[in-house]
Design a protein around this ligand. Structure first.
Ligand code: AMP
Length: 325
């Protein structure tokens, strides 16, 4: 189970942190992937734009390889049971732990005039999304590690108080550690809304991709053999490892180590490999996005599958809690 908020264009971080893993998991597991429109409300977006954003995120998910016939691909607000479970879990979540959450502190800093209760209980809603399907694997990027730990705590508390209903959910990345895709300016991670010039979006045109990559921060090059790489240079290598062929990466690694590297050439290579990676996804997403009828059918099919699982879980929950009179 996993979700992505419809708060902006999807980017390379969403792809490598989340969607790449969705595509692999759907082959072996029963999967639930959703567009997290309720989570998006915590930042008070203009709700007139939500429909277009929900459609775009759905189209981009499908363009990246999610098969709506295999996985349940749905919209969070179409499954009302989520909100009921969120309410019950809120009684098991404590103010102190919620206030200490890194993402809450970051958001509170970014939007000091809108520190609403939904923002504070964001990890509770996320836990409800996951355990509504009694999910065990949650494909997410590294930034979600703390939320997953909180979800496990809520599960332990629920099971301890009311009896074993939920498995403990674990963050999942295929075969490696959780991923954090760095931004191109050497600071922080790629993100939907911050530092847009340093983020590569799946909807970026070829020349925009080239321009952004060529602007990535570099320096005069290494001054002695086998020097450790500064963060912003390591970030460029990291991006290259995601999209370029292994021999291309090792050739630039070699020229870094013997001080012959030319960052201009490296960025040109990275830009072309990024274009080759992103362009087919962008083109597929564009044609899917124009077909609203198809997207609405997909959402309906996904919501039916998700509701079936949600209703079964909520029966277990109400019984365990004794809410049956
Ligand atoms: P969000 O964009 O916050 O709705 O996140 C959707 C998914 O993308 C989550 O699983 C995040 O962990 C993942 N994600 C977002 N940004 C990055 C990034 N820069 N690197 C890796 N994963 C990311």
């Amino acid at each position: 189970m996993s979700g992505i908020r419809p708060t902006g264009f999807l980017h390379l971080g969403n792809y490598f942190g989340a969607m790449r893993n969705y595509v692999k998991l759907q082959e072996e597991y029963t999967c639930y992937f959703m567009v997290a429109d309720l989570h998006a409300l915590t930042t008070h977006p203009d709700t007139k734009e939500l429909k277009e954003n929900v459609h775009r995120v759905l189209a981009e998910n499908i363009a990246c390889g999610i098969d709506p016939e295999k996985a349940a691909l749905y919209c969070q607000s179409h499954v009302r049971e989520t909100s009921e479970l969120y309410l019950y879990l809120n009684m098991l979540a404590y103010l102190g732990e919620l206030e200490k959450t890194t993402t809450f502190k970051d958001k509170a800093r970014l939007q000091p005039d809108n520190i609403n209760a939904g923002l504070l209980t964001y990890p509770v809603l996320q836990a409800a999304d996951i355990i509504l399907h009694r999910a065990t694997w949650v494909p997410v990027g590294k930034d979600q590690e703390q939320h997953l730990e909180m979800a496990r705590n809520f599960v332990k508390r629920f099971n301890h108080r009311y009896g074993e209903v939920f498995p403990e959910p674990l963050a999942y990345n295929f075969g490696e550690d959780l991923v954090k895709v760095p931004s191109l300016d050497g600071t922080g991670k790629m993100s939907k809304s911050e530092n847009q010039l340093a983020t590569l979006y799946l909807a970026d045109a070829d020349d925009v991709i080239r321009k952004k990559v060529m602007k990535a921060k570099t320096d005069g090059g290494p001054t002695s053999p086998n020097m450790p790489k500064p963060d912003y240079i390591e970030n460029i290598f990291q991006l290259m490892r995601l999209v370029s062929a292994a021999d291309v990466v090792s050739s630039f690694e070699g020229s870094y180590d013997n001080c012959s590297i030319r960052y201009g050439d490296m960025k040109k290579q990275l830009a072309e490999d990024m274009v080759a990676f992103i362009a087919p996804i962008r083109e597929r997403a564009e044609s899917i996005r124009n077909d609203s009828i198809y997207l609405e059918d997909i959402m309906q099919l996904g919501a039916e599958k998700a509701r079936k699982s949600a209703v079964a879980t909520m029966d277990l929950v109400r019984n365990a809690m004794g809410l049956v009179y």
